[in-house]
Write a protein that binds this ligand. Structure first.
Ligand code: ADP
Ligand code: MG
Length: 237
C-alpha cells in the first residue's frame, strides 16, 4: 500500500524554480533512497514533503489524504518526522530537554527513556547542552528526537554526512532497528554504500528532476548512473 505519494511537484525558492515535476511513491514499510549530487534537490524534496518549502503545484498525499497545504506542525502530527541535514539540535537545551521537547509535540510519542536504550551513548549525556556535543552525538540526538515521536514515516536527510565510520556503523544499526519495526524510511545520501545497505529501492535526482528509479540492485549495477549522477568512481582503486 502506498503511504506517501508525491505527484508532479514544483517547488520554488522565491523565483528560483528548484523542483521540476518530482514524483515518487513509497509503500508502507519500505526503505527508499533519494540519491544525487549536491544541489540536485534532495533536501528541497524532503522540505516539500514536511511542509517547510511547500510545492507551488502538484500533490503530496499521505495515506491517501492531501497534505501539501498543511503546516509543518500538522504534517508532523500526522506521523511524518524529518531529521534535517543540519541536525538543528537546540544548543542551549540539554540532550534530555531536546528529546522531551520533541516528545511533547507528538500526538502519540514513545517514552523518552526508550531513546536511551536505542542510543546508549546518549544516556550519560542527558544533562549535556546541545552545543557541547560532538557532530556524531548531535546526529544521534537529532535522530532520537525524530524517533521519540514514533513516526510512521521517517525522513533522513544525509544522516552520515561528516560522521566518523564507527558512528556511521552505529547509525546503520539503529536505522535497521527502526526499519525492522516497520517504519517507512526515505533516506537521502551521498554515501551510496550506506544507502545501498539499507534501502530496497531508489530514485536518482539531477537538477530538480528524477532521472532514474529502480531497485537498489539495478542502480548498483549501473556504473554509468553512478558516475554521471553520483560522482562515484567505479574504477578499481
Ligand atoms: N534557501 C534557498 N534559497 C534559494 N535556493 C536554494 C535554497 N536552498 C537550496 N537552494 C538551491 O536549490 C537547489 C537544490 O538544493 P537542495 O535541495 O539543497 O539540493 P541537495 O539536497 O540535493 O544538495 C540548489 O540549486 C540550491 O542552490
Ligand atoms: Mg541536501
Amino acid at each position: 500500500m502506498t503511504i506517501l505519494d508525491v505527484d508532479n511537484i514544483n517547488t520554488y525558492y522565491g523565483n528560483s524554480h528548484v523542483l521540476h515535476g518530482i514524483s515518487l511513491e513509497i509503500n508502507e514499510g519500505e526503505v527508499v533512497t533519494l540519491l544525487g549530487r549536491n544541489g540536485a534537490g534532495k533536501t528541497t524534496t524532503m522540505r516539500s514533503i514536511v511542509g517547510a518549502s511547500p510545492p507551488r503545484t502538484g500533490s503530496i498525499t499521505y495515506r491517501g489524504e492531501e497534505i501539501s497545504g498543511l503546516s509543518p506542525d500538522e504534517i508532523n502530527e500526522l506521523g511524518i518526522s524529518l531529521v534535517p541535514e543540519d541536525r538543528r539540535v537546540f544548543p542551549t537545551l540539554t540532550v534530555h530537554e531536546n528529546l522531551r521537547l520533541a516528545h511533547n509535540l507528538a500526538s502519540d510519542p514513545r517514552p523518552v527513556e526508550e531513546m536511551y536504550e536505542l542510543f546508549p551513548a546518549l544516556d550519560p549525556l542527558r544533562k549535556n547542552d546541545g552545543q557541547n556535543l560532538s557532530g556524531g552525538e548531535q546526529q544521534m540526538v537529532s535522530v532520537a528526537r525524530a524517533l521519540v515521536q514514533a513516526p510512521d514515516v521517517l525522513l533522513l536527510d544525509e544522516p552520515t554526512e561528516g560522521l566518523a565510520p564507527v558512528i556511521v556503523d552505529d547509525l546503520r544499526e539503529i536505522v535497521q532497528t527502526v526499519v525492522d519495526e516497520n517504519v517507512t524510511v526515505l533516506l537521502t545520501e551521498q554515501n551510496v554504500d550506506f544507502a545501498f545497505d539499507l534501502a530496497e529501492r531508489g530514485y536518482i535526482m539531477d537538477t530538480g528532476q528524477i532521472v532514474f528509479d529502480g531497485t537498489v540492485e539495478e542502480i548498483r549495477d549501473r556504473d554509468d548512473l553512478l558516475e554521471t549522477y553520483l560522482s562515484v568512481g567505479t574504477a578499481d582503486a
